[in-house]
Design a protein around this ligand. Sequence first.
Ligand code: AMP
Ligand code: ZN
Length: 115
Amino acid sequence: MTSDTSDCIFCKVVKKEIAAKIIYENDDFIAFDDIKPVSPFHALVIPKKHYKNLLEVDDVNLLGKLMTSVQEVAKKNNLSDGFRTAINTGDNGGQTVYHLHVHILGGRFHKWPPG
Ligand code: AMP
Ligand code: ZN
């Protein structure tokens, strides 16, 4: 876990210092609409606690709960036709915001590989 999180935009979303369209919340996670959606449905699920990315997570329990939250967001938003989840990690993974997040993309067909 990174100690200085004051510049993290997703920590600011958690603290409600930056506006976001929050579509789901529980004790440990929030989900909100991506500001630049690439699919008709594009939300991000993030832990309220700051982790830089997947490599930084030392809590297996949190990872399980994260996936359960993803599942709940998908179910609540009628994504039963299918959806894409993505966790971009580090520069080669295309990560641009360094606070762990799961993309949920739905509402269209998503080809593989993503490029
Ligand atoms: P990644 O490239 O995996 O790190 O994804 C970061 C995502 O965060 C991108 O899809 C951005 O469009 C999204 N994003 C950046 N800032 C905000 C914000 N303030 N509110 C919602 N989504 C954001
Ligand atoms: Zn953060």
